[in-house]
Design a protein around this ligand. Structure first.
Ligand code: ZN
Length: 238
């Protein structure tokens, strides 16, 4: 079997960031599996896009098709039992007194990584790939580089393993994430991400804007639209 350092598990939600991470992993590793989580998110649009997105990722290149392995969709509804946030309950998105938006689901990314690590252990996948990003985000503390590095240490100590957590988007702006996608898969991947990935917090598909589908006004749509506009103004990042 391929060495576990060449076998990756990508946290794949069906959004722009995780699709870019999947393309990155397919370029860097010999074998790639994907994992997604159903945690009672208000809108299952993103999850429902996954099978079709994976099929279309296979069509992007013969190499990607041969490297892409099994997909795993796990039930983490425990998260919606534990917390009450704008991601899992029907309440308006707003800023909280602690400076975090109420779309922050405490412990979510930690639980995702723990779950992924447990599956990776069984599947002999040595690398976990996630779209966490410190640069352009809402300041979610579990997206921080230090959080991920500390978690890698904790997971490896706790499971006596040598897992590596890779976060290729950690220091990229949203515009640079589009640039990365362009460098990995050219215009075909940009078009796939525009039309088939979902980011909108409100779960709206609606009309196709130049940056993709969505309501156009929630924080996630706003970031995505601004990043795409910057990318178009400066596609190669010079
Ligand atoms: Zn939106």
């Amino acid at each position: 079997m391929t060495a576990s350092t060449q076998r990756a598990l990508v946290l794949f939600s069906g959004g722009q960031d995780s699709t870019t991470c999947l393309a990155w992993a397919l370029q860097h590793f010999e074998y790639v599996e994907t994992i997604g989580f159903d945690y009672g998110q208000r809108h299952a649009v993103e999850l429902s896009m996954r099978p079709q997105l994976l099929a279309k990722m296979r069509q992007q290149s013969a190499g990607w098709n041969s490297r892409l392995g099994e997909d795993h969709l796990l039930d983490l509804s425990l998260i919606s039992q534990l917390s009450h946030t704008a991601m899992t309950a029907d309440i308006a998105i707003e800023m909280q007194a602690n400076g975090l938006p109420n779309t922050f689901v405490p412990g979510r990314n930690l639980m995702f990584m723990l779950t992924a690590a447990t599956l990776a252990y069984r599947r002999q996948l040595g690398v976990l790939v996630g779209g966490m990003c410190e640069t352009d985000f809402s300041g979610y503390p579990d997206c921080r580089d230090d959080s991920m590095k500390a978690l890698q240490v904790a997971l490896n100590l706790g499971m006596d393993s040598r897992l590596r957590i890779e976060t290729p988007l950690m220091w990229l702006s949203k515009a640079q994430t589009w640039q990365l996608a362009e460098s990995l898969g050219g215009t075909a991947l940009i078009d796939l991400i525009r039309t088939d990935t979902h980011t909108c917090y409100l779960g709206q598909r609606g009309q196709l804007h130049d940056w993709g589908h969505g309501c156009g006004s929630c924080p996630a749509c706003d970031l995505r639209a601004k990043g795409y506009a910057q990318f178009c103004a400066n596609p190669h990042g010079h």
